[in-house]
Design a binder for this molecule. Structure first.
Ligand SMILES: Nc1ncnc2c1ncn2[C@@H]1O[C@H](COP(=O)(O)OP(=O)(O)OP(=O)(O)O)[C@@H](O)[C@H]1O
Ligand SMILES: [Mg+2]
Length: 354
Protein backbone atom coordinates (compact mmCIF):
# COMPACT_ATOMS: atom_id res chain seq x y z
CA UNK A 1 0.00 0.00 0.00
CA UNK A 2 1.20 3.53 -0.69
CA UNK A 3 -0.04 6.84 0.58
CA UNK A 4 0.12 9.45 -2.16
CA UNK A 5 -1.16 12.54 -0.39
CA UNK A 6 -2.35 14.00 2.88
CA UNK A 7 -4.44 17.10 3.33
CA UNK A 8 -5.20 18.35 6.81
CA UNK A 9 -7.06 21.44 8.00
CA UNK A 10 -7.66 22.12 11.67
CA UNK A 11 -6.73 18.58 12.68
CA UNK A 12 -4.94 19.35 15.97
CA UNK A 13 -2.20 21.86 15.04
CA UNK A 14 -1.74 20.31 11.58
CA UNK A 15 -2.45 22.28 8.38
CA UNK A 16 -0.71 20.53 5.50
CA UNK A 17 -1.19 19.59 1.88
CA UNK A 18 1.48 17.08 0.93
CA UNK A 19 1.36 15.19 -2.37
CA UNK A 20 4.95 14.17 -2.91
CA UNK A 21 5.50 11.38 -0.39
CA UNK A 22 8.16 8.83 -1.20
CA UNK A 23 6.89 5.29 -1.85
CA UNK A 24 9.65 4.15 0.49
CA UNK A 25 10.97 6.12 3.43
CA UNK A 26 9.55 9.44 4.61
CA UNK A 27 11.32 11.17 7.45
CA UNK A 28 9.13 13.60 9.33
CA UNK A 29 11.50 15.88 11.14
CA UNK A 30 11.26 18.99 13.22
CA UNK A 31 11.65 20.29 16.74
CA UNK A 32 9.54 19.14 19.65
CA UNK A 33 5.83 19.99 19.64
CA UNK A 34 5.66 20.96 15.95
CA UNK A 35 3.12 18.35 14.80
CA UNK A 36 5.16 15.30 13.74
CA UNK A 37 3.19 12.83 15.83
CA UNK A 38 -0.04 14.60 14.81
CA UNK A 39 0.84 13.80 11.19
CA UNK A 40 1.30 10.10 11.97
CA UNK A 41 -1.91 10.16 13.98
CA UNK A 42 -3.82 11.65 11.03
CA UNK A 43 -2.53 8.85 8.77
CA UNK A 44 -3.29 6.20 11.39
CA UNK A 45 -6.93 7.29 11.76
CA UNK A 46 -7.59 6.18 8.16
CA UNK A 47 -7.22 2.58 9.35
CA UNK A 48 -10.58 3.09 11.07
CA UNK A 49 -9.07 2.30 14.46
CA UNK A 50 -9.10 4.62 17.44
CA UNK A 51 -6.15 6.91 17.93
CA UNK A 52 -3.01 5.44 19.47
CA UNK A 53 -3.15 8.42 21.82
CA UNK A 54 -5.43 8.41 24.78
CA UNK A 55 -7.79 11.28 25.34
CA UNK A 56 -11.07 12.60 24.18
CA UNK A 57 -12.00 12.36 20.49
CA UNK A 58 -13.05 16.04 20.51
CA UNK A 59 -9.36 16.92 20.98
CA UNK A 60 -8.83 16.20 17.28
CA UNK A 61 -10.18 19.61 16.30
CA UNK A 62 -7.76 22.51 16.53
CA UNK A 63 -8.32 24.52 19.70
CA UNK A 64 -10.74 27.39 19.06
CA UNK A 65 -12.18 25.83 15.87
CA UNK A 66 -15.34 23.74 15.51
CA UNK A 67 -14.50 21.64 12.45
CA UNK A 68 -11.51 19.76 11.16
CA UNK A 69 -10.80 17.60 8.14
CA UNK A 70 -8.18 15.14 6.91
CA UNK A 71 -8.02 13.60 3.43
CA UNK A 72 -5.76 11.11 1.75
CA UNK A 73 -5.22 9.45 -1.59
CA UNK A 74 -3.67 6.00 -1.48
CA UNK A 75 -3.02 3.01 -3.67
CA UNK A 76 -4.06 -0.40 -2.52
CA UNK A 77 -4.36 -3.52 -4.64
CA UNK A 78 -3.17 -1.42 -7.58
CA UNK A 79 -6.22 0.86 -7.29
CA UNK A 80 -6.27 4.51 -6.31
CA UNK A 81 -8.66 5.27 -3.46
CA UNK A 82 -9.51 8.25 -1.32
CA UNK A 83 -10.44 8.42 2.32
CA UNK A 84 -11.65 11.44 4.22
CA UNK A 85 -12.56 12.15 7.81
CA UNK A 86 -14.53 15.11 9.06
CA UNK A 87 -14.47 16.10 12.68
CA UNK A 88 -17.28 18.15 14.16
CA UNK A 89 -19.61 17.12 17.01
CA UNK A 90 -19.06 13.64 15.62
CA UNK A 91 -16.54 11.98 13.37
CA UNK A 92 -17.62 11.01 9.83
CA UNK A 93 -15.49 8.87 7.57
CA UNK A 94 -15.72 8.61 3.80
CA UNK A 95 -14.26 6.02 1.46
CA UNK A 96 -14.12 7.08 -2.21
CA UNK A 97 -16.48 9.95 -1.35
CA UNK A 98 -19.12 7.65 0.14
CA UNK A 99 -20.03 8.31 3.78
CA UNK A 100 -19.55 5.27 6.00
CA UNK A 101 -21.80 4.23 8.86
CA UNK A 102 -18.89 4.75 11.26
CA UNK A 103 -15.09 5.20 11.00
CA UNK A 104 -14.40 1.55 11.89
CA UNK A 105 -15.85 0.62 8.48
CA UNK A 106 -12.53 1.80 7.03
CA UNK A 107 -10.92 -1.28 8.59
CA UNK A 108 -9.33 -3.48 5.98
CA UNK A 109 -9.40 -0.75 3.31
CA UNK A 110 -6.39 1.22 4.54
CA UNK A 111 -3.74 -0.80 6.33
CA UNK A 112 -1.03 0.55 8.60
CA UNK A 113 1.03 -0.48 11.60
CA UNK A 114 2.09 2.09 14.13
CA UNK A 115 4.93 1.93 16.61
CA UNK A 116 5.25 4.51 19.39
CA UNK A 117 7.54 4.50 22.41
CA UNK A 118 4.46 3.77 24.58
CA UNK A 119 4.13 0.40 22.88
CA UNK A 120 6.60 -1.02 25.37
CA UNK A 121 3.49 -1.22 27.57
CA UNK A 122 2.30 -4.17 25.45
CA UNK A 123 5.08 -6.20 27.00
CA UNK A 124 5.46 -4.46 30.36
CA UNK A 125 1.88 -3.78 31.51
CA UNK A 126 -1.10 -5.94 32.36
CA UNK A 127 -2.93 -8.32 29.99
CA UNK A 128 -5.36 -5.65 28.79
CA UNK A 129 -2.68 -4.06 26.60
CA UNK A 130 -1.84 -7.39 24.98
CA UNK A 131 -5.51 -8.19 24.34
CA UNK A 132 -5.92 -4.77 22.76
CA UNK A 133 -2.90 -5.42 20.55
CA UNK A 134 -4.44 -8.70 19.37
CA UNK A 135 -7.90 -7.22 18.87
CA UNK A 136 -6.66 -4.23 16.89
CA UNK A 137 -4.65 -6.40 14.56
CA UNK A 138 -7.25 -9.08 14.08
CA UNK A 139 -9.83 -6.37 13.35
CA UNK A 140 -7.63 -4.95 10.60
CA UNK A 141 -7.51 -8.21 8.68
CA UNK A 142 -10.91 -9.63 9.66
CA UNK A 143 -13.24 -6.59 9.98
CA UNK A 144 -16.14 -8.86 11.02
CA UNK A 145 -14.19 -9.57 14.24
CA UNK A 146 -14.82 -6.01 15.47
CA UNK A 147 -18.57 -6.58 15.62
CA UNK A 148 -18.26 -9.98 17.26
CA UNK A 149 -16.03 -8.43 19.92
CA UNK A 150 -18.46 -5.56 20.45
CA UNK A 151 -21.41 -7.97 20.91
CA UNK A 152 -19.34 -10.07 23.27
CA UNK A 153 -18.28 -7.14 25.46
CA UNK A 154 -21.86 -5.89 25.58
CA UNK A 155 -23.05 -9.31 26.81
CA UNK A 156 -20.31 -9.37 29.49
CA UNK A 157 -21.40 -5.93 30.67
CA UNK A 158 -25.00 -7.10 30.87
CA UNK A 159 -24.04 -10.24 32.78
CA UNK A 160 -22.03 -8.11 35.21
CA UNK A 161 -25.06 -5.91 35.88
CA UNK A 162 -27.26 -8.94 36.50
CA UNK A 163 -24.86 -10.65 38.86
CA UNK A 164 -24.45 -7.44 40.84
CA UNK A 165 -28.25 -7.24 41.23
CA UNK A 166 -28.39 -10.90 42.24
CA UNK A 167 -26.88 -9.96 45.56
CA UNK A 168 -30.08 -8.12 46.49
CA UNK A 169 -32.69 -9.64 44.22
CA UNK A 170 -32.70 -13.39 43.60
CA UNK A 171 -35.17 -13.05 40.68
CA UNK A 172 -32.65 -10.93 38.73
CA UNK A 173 -31.07 -14.11 37.34
CA UNK A 174 -33.80 -14.83 34.81
CA UNK A 175 -31.82 -13.36 31.91
CA UNK A 176 -28.50 -14.85 33.00
CA UNK A 177 -28.74 -18.00 30.87
CA UNK A 178 -29.30 -16.08 27.68
CA UNK A 179 -26.41 -13.66 28.27
CA UNK A 180 -24.10 -16.53 29.18
CA UNK A 181 -25.04 -18.28 25.95
CA UNK A 182 -24.12 -15.15 23.98
CA UNK A 183 -20.87 -14.76 25.92
CA UNK A 184 -19.95 -18.39 25.29
CA UNK A 185 -20.92 -18.35 21.61
CA UNK A 186 -19.15 -15.09 20.73
CA UNK A 187 -16.34 -15.78 23.21
CA UNK A 188 -15.41 -19.10 21.55
CA UNK A 189 -15.29 -17.37 18.16
CA UNK A 190 -13.02 -14.63 19.56
CA UNK A 191 -10.71 -17.18 21.14
CA UNK A 192 -10.50 -19.05 17.89
CA UNK A 193 -9.51 -15.90 15.97
CA UNK A 194 -6.93 -15.03 18.59
CA UNK A 195 -5.40 -18.53 18.69
CA UNK A 196 -5.06 -18.54 14.92
CA UNK A 197 -3.69 -15.02 14.89
CA UNK A 198 -1.02 -15.91 17.47
CA UNK A 199 0.08 -18.82 15.26
CA UNK A 200 0.41 -16.45 12.30
CA UNK A 201 2.38 -13.98 14.43
CA UNK A 202 4.72 -16.70 15.68
CA UNK A 203 5.49 -17.72 12.10
CA UNK A 204 6.89 -14.25 11.41
CA UNK A 205 8.04 -13.08 14.80
CA UNK A 206 10.76 -15.63 15.40
CA UNK A 207 13.07 -14.52 12.60
CA UNK A 208 12.41 -10.81 13.17
CA UNK A 209 13.23 -10.94 16.87
CA UNK A 210 16.14 -13.25 16.31
CA UNK A 211 17.54 -10.81 13.75
CA UNK A 212 16.98 -7.82 15.99
CA UNK A 213 18.83 -9.50 18.84
CA UNK A 214 21.70 -10.48 16.50
CA UNK A 215 20.80 -14.16 16.72
CA UNK A 216 21.16 -14.38 20.48
CA UNK A 217 17.54 -14.67 21.56
CA UNK A 218 14.53 -16.76 20.66
CA UNK A 219 10.98 -15.62 21.17
CA UNK A 220 7.79 -17.61 21.48
CA UNK A 221 4.17 -16.52 21.93
CA UNK A 222 1.26 -18.50 23.27
CA UNK A 223 -2.36 -17.59 23.90
CA UNK A 224 -3.26 -18.05 27.56
CA UNK A 225 -6.86 -18.99 28.28
CA UNK A 226 -8.27 -18.27 31.70
CA UNK A 227 -10.87 -21.06 31.40
CA UNK A 228 -8.18 -23.59 30.48
CA UNK A 229 -9.29 -26.47 28.30
CA UNK A 230 -12.92 -26.41 29.42
CA UNK A 231 -15.70 -25.02 27.23
CA UNK A 232 -16.42 -21.42 28.18
CA UNK A 233 -20.10 -22.09 28.88
CA UNK A 234 -19.24 -24.67 31.57
CA UNK A 235 -16.78 -22.36 33.30
CA UNK A 236 -19.23 -19.45 33.24
CA UNK A 237 -21.87 -21.53 35.05
CA UNK A 238 -19.26 -22.93 37.42
CA UNK A 239 -18.04 -19.43 38.35
CA UNK A 240 -21.47 -17.88 38.93
CA UNK A 241 -21.30 -17.92 42.70
CA UNK A 242 -17.82 -16.44 42.80
CA UNK A 243 -18.71 -13.83 40.17
CA UNK A 244 -21.80 -12.69 42.11
CA UNK A 245 -19.46 -11.98 44.98
CA UNK A 246 -17.01 -9.88 42.92
CA UNK A 247 -19.59 -8.43 40.51
CA UNK A 248 -17.37 -9.34 37.55
CA UNK A 249 -17.22 -12.05 34.92
CA UNK A 250 -14.02 -13.89 35.74
CA UNK A 251 -13.57 -16.03 32.62
CA UNK A 252 -13.71 -15.42 28.89
CA UNK A 253 -11.52 -13.77 26.27
CA UNK A 254 -11.72 -10.44 28.14
CA UNK A 255 -9.58 -12.13 30.82
CA UNK A 256 -7.19 -14.08 28.58
CA UNK A 257 -3.59 -13.09 27.93
CA UNK A 258 -0.74 -13.38 25.47
CA UNK A 259 2.26 -15.08 27.00
CA UNK A 260 5.58 -13.82 25.60
CA UNK A 261 8.74 -15.81 26.29
CA UNK A 262 12.35 -15.02 25.42
CA UNK A 263 14.58 -18.07 25.60
CA UNK A 264 11.78 -19.72 27.60
CA UNK A 265 11.51 -16.96 30.21
CA UNK A 266 8.61 -14.53 30.63
CA UNK A 267 9.48 -11.25 28.87
CA UNK A 268 7.06 -9.33 31.06
CA UNK A 269 8.52 -10.51 34.36
CA UNK A 270 12.19 -10.84 33.51
CA UNK A 271 12.91 -8.97 30.27
CA UNK A 272 15.26 -6.00 30.34
CA UNK A 273 14.05 -2.60 29.15
CA UNK A 274 15.80 -3.06 25.80
CA UNK A 275 14.39 -6.55 25.37
CA UNK A 276 10.87 -5.33 26.08
CA UNK A 277 11.24 -2.52 23.58
CA UNK A 278 12.62 -4.90 20.96
CA UNK A 279 9.77 -7.35 21.59
CA UNK A 280 7.20 -4.58 21.13
CA UNK A 281 8.79 -3.46 17.90
CA UNK A 282 9.11 -7.04 16.62
CA UNK A 283 5.45 -7.67 17.39
CA UNK A 284 4.51 -4.68 15.26
CA UNK A 285 6.76 -5.73 12.38
CA UNK A 286 5.42 -9.29 12.59
CA UNK A 287 1.85 -7.96 12.52
CA UNK A 288 2.75 -6.15 9.29
CA UNK A 289 4.01 -9.43 7.81
CA UNK A 290 0.70 -11.07 8.75
CA UNK A 291 -1.21 -8.30 6.97
CA UNK A 292 0.97 -8.81 3.92
CA UNK A 293 0.29 -12.55 4.03
CA UNK A 294 -3.46 -11.85 3.98
CA UNK A 295 -3.69 -8.91 1.57
CA UNK A 296 -0.64 -9.51 -0.61
CA UNK A 297 0.83 -6.09 0.23
CA UNK A 298 2.64 -4.44 3.06
CA UNK A 299 0.73 -2.02 5.23
CA UNK A 300 2.18 1.44 5.66
CA UNK A 301 4.68 1.52 8.50
CA UNK A 302 4.41 4.45 10.96
CA UNK A 303 7.28 4.74 13.43
CA UNK A 304 7.08 7.48 16.03
CA UNK A 305 10.33 8.38 17.81
CA UNK A 306 11.82 4.90 17.61
CA UNK A 307 15.25 5.65 16.31
CA UNK A 308 16.34 7.60 19.37
CA UNK A 309 15.52 4.59 21.54
CA UNK A 310 17.60 1.97 19.77
CA UNK A 311 21.28 1.27 19.36
CA UNK A 312 22.76 1.64 15.89
CA UNK A 313 22.72 -2.11 15.14
CA UNK A 314 19.04 -2.34 15.89
CA UNK A 315 18.27 0.85 13.98
CA UNK A 316 19.99 -0.59 10.93
CA UNK A 317 18.20 -3.91 11.25
CA UNK A 318 14.85 -2.13 11.28
CA UNK A 319 15.69 0.15 8.40
CA UNK A 320 16.78 -2.84 6.33
CA UNK A 321 13.73 -4.83 7.34
CA UNK A 322 11.28 -2.16 6.22
CA UNK A 323 13.11 -1.23 3.06
CA UNK A 324 10.75 -1.80 0.16
CA UNK A 325 7.63 -0.77 2.01
CA UNK A 326 6.37 2.73 2.56
CA UNK A 327 7.25 4.08 5.96
CA UNK A 328 6.95 7.32 7.89
CA UNK A 329 9.49 7.89 10.62
CA UNK A 330 9.42 10.87 12.97
CA UNK A 331 12.67 12.13 14.29
CA UNK A 332 13.91 15.30 15.95
CA UNK A 333 17.57 14.54 16.06
CA UNK A 334 19.75 15.95 13.27
CA UNK A 335 22.33 13.20 13.48
CA UNK A 336 19.76 10.48 12.82
CA UNK A 337 18.17 12.48 10.00
CA UNK A 338 21.51 12.75 8.27
CA UNK A 339 22.06 8.98 8.58
CA UNK A 340 18.69 8.26 6.94
CA UNK A 341 19.85 9.69 3.63
CA UNK A 342 17.73 7.37 1.54
CA UNK A 343 14.44 8.87 2.59
CA UNK A 344 12.44 11.92 1.66
CA UNK A 345 12.71 14.54 4.35
CA UNK A 346 9.56 16.41 5.33
CA UNK A 347 10.13 19.16 7.83
CA UNK A 348 7.24 20.24 10.03
CA UNK A 349 7.18 23.56 11.83
CA UNK A 350 4.23 24.87 13.76
CA UNK A 351 1.91 22.32 12.13
CA UNK A 352 2.94 23.21 8.58
CA UNK A 353 5.47 21.92 6.09
CA UNK A 354 8.54 24.05 5.67
N1 LIG B 1 -6.57 20.03 19.29
C1 LIG B 1 -5.41 20.67 19.20
N2 LIG B 1 -5.38 21.94 18.72
C2 LIG B 1 -4.20 22.61 18.60
N3 LIG B 1 -3.02 22.08 18.93
C3 LIG B 1 -3.01 20.84 19.43
C4 LIG B 1 -4.19 20.05 19.58
N4 LIG B 1 -3.87 18.85 20.08
C5 LIG B 1 -2.53 18.87 20.24
N5 LIG B 1 -2.02 20.04 19.84
C6 LIG B 1 -0.62 20.52 19.87
O1 LIG B 1 0.10 20.01 18.79
C7 LIG B 1 1.48 20.21 19.07
C8 LIG B 1 2.32 19.22 18.34
O2 LIG B 1 2.12 17.93 18.86
P1 LIG B 1 2.92 16.65 18.37
O3 LIG B 1 2.70 15.62 19.40
O4 LIG B 1 2.56 16.31 16.99
O5 LIG B 1 4.42 17.17 18.41
P2 LIG B 1 5.75 16.46 17.88
O6 LIG B 1 6.24 17.27 16.75
O7 LIG B 1 5.51 15.03 17.66
O8 LIG B 1 6.71 16.71 19.12
P3 LIG B 1 7.76 15.73 19.87
O9 LIG B 1 9.04 15.84 19.11
O10 LIG B 1 7.88 16.36 21.20
O11 LIG B 1 7.19 14.37 19.92
C9 LIG B 1 1.59 20.18 20.59
O12 LIG B 1 2.15 21.39 21.04
C10 LIG B 1 0.15 20.05 21.08
O13 LIG B 1 -0.13 20.87 22.18
MG1 LIG C 1 6.01 13.36 18.78
Amino acid sequence: MQIKSLYSKNFRNLDVNIDNFSDEMNIICGENAQGKTNLLEALWLFTGAKSFRSGNESNFIKFGENKGIIKTEFISGGVKNTAKMEFSEKRTAYFNDKALQNPSKLAGKFNAVIFTPDDISIVRDGPEKRRRFLDLNIGQIFPQYIEILRDYLRAVKQRNEIIKNLRYDSTAGIMLDSFEETIAEKGEIIKDYRRKYVLLLNDNLFSIYNGLSSGREEIYLSYFEKNGEKPLIDTLIEKRKEDVFTGKTSVGPHRDDLDIRINGISARSFGSQGQKRSVALSLKLASAEVIRGKTGEYPVCLLDDVMSELDEKRQNYILNHISGWQSFITCCDEATVSRLKRGKIIEIKNGETV
